[in-house]
Write a protein that binds this ligand. Structure first.
Ligand code: ADP
Length: 301
């Protein structure tokens, strides 16, 4: 099979091709009379062989959404699931760094882009692989992002997947709308929040946004929920505890579990070795595993 490198920054279709489809990035396009062609001028659902697409969302940045996405995807793959991890945080694609694969070059095989195979059970695709270096900003309008997402779904050689975990940028932007419209079998969204009021307020907004997209909220994950002092083992409520559970109860959506602040978790992200591949004897490891089990229960019944 012919395998050739994909030159960086040249794979995406030109913006002008996509500008024709500006309507497709508008939240009201499906009901707007002036939307161009088809269903709001949208391309059809991507031809992707996946059982469950899971969107990971947060109301605000820095709550650990990408960390949770990486560990959840890895945990699912350790559990025997074939998993794809799609990093759609176009403006801050950190997942390759967290997996220690940021230097990876993409390759083409049989006219498809080969994702990065982290293990035999976990493949990753990220905007970061298309940028010339880690300090290059992505300055794209909605239609260009939509074209990129379409290619990430249709032109990447994912193979058959049990789960595609999609890490979205924080907030309620274009990327979530696009993935909801283009990906098949979207089971819903997981909302990551920290326990304090400012974060849970934004998490509520995310839940409402997902509802407006016509998708279910699979559940809420409370990250950075309390902290065990690494010296004396006493629990410190740095950001408080229970805020995520409270909003899940209020909104009548499942609570998938709480993950504490753990220095090892932060180190793992910085070192490019996901926390979940460490020995499973710490309370934090068990909490991540429990979140994964809850997710499977909600999604697969
Ligand atoms: P987001 O994707 O929401 O912007 P990140 O996943 O990039 O957030 O996490 C922000 C920072 O917090 C990273 O340095 C990450 O390692 C750290 N972090 C995330 N969750 C935890 C946790 N449970 N314990 C310790 N550090 C964490």
């Amino acid at each position: 099979m012919a395998k050739k490198n994909v030159p960086k920054n040249t794979q995406m279709k030109p913006a002008d091709e996509e500008c024709e489809k500006e309507c497709s990035s508008c939240p009201t396009a499906s009901t707007c009379a002036s939307a161009k062609g088809g269903v709001a001028g949208l391309p059809p659902k991507a031809d992707l062989d996946v059982k469950h697409v899971i969107i990971v969302l947060s109301g605000k940045g820095g709550v650990g959404k990408s960390t949770v996405s990486v560990n959840l995807a890895y945990a699912l793959s350790n559990h025997g699931k074939k998993v794809g991890l799609l990093d759609l945080d176009m403006h801050g694609p950190n997942i390759p760094k967290m997996l220690g694969i940021e230097e990876h070059k993409l390759a083409m095989m049989d006219n498809k882009i080969e994702p990065v195979h982290v293990t035999g059970m976990l493949s990753v695709m990220s905007m970061a692989f298309l940028l010339p270096d880690t300090s290059t900003p992505v300055i794209w309008r909605g239609p260009m992002k939509m074209a990129a997402i379409q290619q990430f779904l249709s032109e990447v050689n994912w193979g058959p997947l049990d789960y595609l975990v999609v890490d979205l940028p924080p907030g309620t932007g274009d990327e979530a709308l696009t993935i909801a419209q283009l990906a098949p079998n979207v089971r819903g969204a997981v909302i990551v929040t920290t326990p304090q009021d400012v974060a849970t307020l934004d998490a509520r907004k995310s839940a409402k946004f997902i509802e407006k997209l016509g998708l279910p909220v699979i559940g809420v994950i409370e990250n950075m929920s309390g902290m065990l002092c690494p010296h004396c083992g006493v629990e410190i409520d740095l950001f408080g505890k229970g805020g995520g559970k409270k909003i899940a109860e209020e909104l009548n959506i499942p609570f998938l579990g709480a993950i504490p602040i753990d220095i090892e978790m932060r180190k793992a992200g910085d070192e490019g070795r996901p926390f979940i591949i460490r020995r499973g004897d710490s309370p934090t490891w068990k909490s991540v595993d429990a979140v994964m089990e809850s997710l499977i229960k909600v999604v697969e019944g």
